[in-house]
Design a protein around this ligand. Structure first.
Ligand code: ADP
Ligand code: MG
Length: 372
């Protein structure tokens, strides 16, 4: 790590030498015996922001803890570039890994100044050198004026930036962030997220950011890795996961969907909202047809599918409709642009947008498409 340091001239200082972080066939269980990770293979490219996405309990934090060296996997290996940092024959302690970690709750020490909080990870450096490096890290996040203040005078967003400065101060090759924005109120979140992304880009560290929010993953990640019950379900860009979800779970995680069970006949699936291509599934196969809530066009005069409005809620840009449709066991939900339907109208017509229909082989584990 020391050998990787640049001379710390202002402006250019604080740049990390990004590394590739790889997980190879990681399995893990806690002492309770329940398996938390199952054969996870995944990597983050140098300088990439990889978002680790999944519902609560899917194993995201555990995977970060394994990378950081706070937790040991039961089997599999972790590599930083070509170097094995955790595996059957080696286990580097956290301080030897060149991996920084930002916790969910920031975890600043309330009795230490901001500068001393940031210096905390720089124990290997002398007092002066440590202070100098910590100031550079604080400048990077734009908070040098608070160096002598204590955490409680800072807003949540500023505290989050201090935590980021502390993690970046030792110039880690990889930065891990566990739900870094979950403690911030929603108006602050957008700004802090954008700032954090800019700082990550500037520092050039490889970053793994954990979130349970698909939109946050799409906003931040160069790529997204989706976990479910300790298994990696799909890895790819936001477009790949949104447009070509591997299964119904992925589809439901990235957009709200209506789900229709169907059986494949003559290359197609018949649903109450229309017949669609079976997407290569064999005749006779059980299928699940997902139609995004945004996939309906509404018309008062005519269209492919008749529908009766059961409820209607104004949401600003869009309105949310619950619709009774002949043949559908449950109400069909739709989000349509406001102003397309007159007030009080009851009977309407729908047309379905083909790109908002996704057809999957039905799997036994499928229940509802709950997200996060
Ligand atoms: P996530 O971060 O995606 O919410 P975690 O990695 O925290 O998921 O947890 C994965 C699973 O492991 C959960 O079922 C959780 O209850 C369990 N778990 C987490 N931490 C511990 C622990 N220290 N001891 C035992 N079980 C744990
Ligand atoms: Mg977690």
């Amino acid at each position: 790590m020391d050998s990787e340091k640049q001379s710390s001239a202002r402006g250019t200082a604080g740049v990390s030498f990004a590394a590739r972080l790889s997980f190879d066939n990681i399995s893990h269980s806690y002492a309770s015996g329940v398996q938390t990770l199952r054969d996870v293979s995944l990597h983050a490219e140098p300088g990439e922001v990889l978002c680790l996405l999944g519902p609560s309990g899917s194993g995201k934090t555990t995977l970060l803890r394994i990378a950081a060296g706070i937790e040991a996997q039961r089997s599999g290996q972790v590599f930083l570039n070509e170097r094995e940092i955790a595996g059957p024959s080696i286990f580097l302690p956290p301080e030897k890994r060149s991996i920084g970690l930002v916790f969910q709750d920031f975890a600043l020490f309330p009795h230490l100044t901001i500068l001393d909080n940031v210096r905390f990870g720089l124990t290997a450096l002398s007092g002066d050198e440590g202070r100098h490096e910590a100031m550079i890290a604080l400048e990077r996040v734009g908070l040098e004026r608070y160096a002598r203040a204590y955490p409680h005078v800072l807003s949540g967003g500023e505290q989050q930036r201090v935590a980021l400065a502390r993690a970046l101060a030792p110039r880690p090759a990889v930065l891990l962030m566990d739900e870094p924005f979950s403690g911030l109120d929603s108006r602050l979140k957008d700004t802090v997220r954008a700032e954090t992304l800019a700082i990550l880009r500037q520092s050039r560290a490889t970053a793994v950011v954990v979130t349970h929010d698909a939109e946050e993953a799409m906003r931040m990640g160069d790529r997204i890795a989706l976990l479910r019950d300790g298994r990696l379900v799909q890895v790819g860009t936001a477009q790949e996961l949104y447009n070509r979800p591997a299964d119904l779970f992925v589809a439901g995680f990235f957009s709200e969907i209506n789900e229709f069970p169907a059986r494949v006949r003559a290359g197609g699936v018949e649903t109450p909202v229309g017949r669609f291509s079976a997407n290569g599934l064999e005749d006779g196969a059980a299928a699940s047809v997902a139609v995004r809530l945004s996939g309906f066009q509404v018309d008062q005069k005519g269209g492919a599918v008749p529908a009766r409005i059961v409820s209607r809620r104004f949401l600003g840009v869009v309105e949310f409709l619950e619709l009774a449709i002949p043949g559908a066991e449950q109400h069909v939900r739709a989000r349509v642009r406001c102003g397309q339907l007159e007030p009080g109208v009851r009977d309407i017509w729908l047309n379905v947008v083909a790109t908002d229909v996704l057809v999957f082989a039905r799997q036994s584990f499928e229940t509802s498409s709950e997200s996060a």
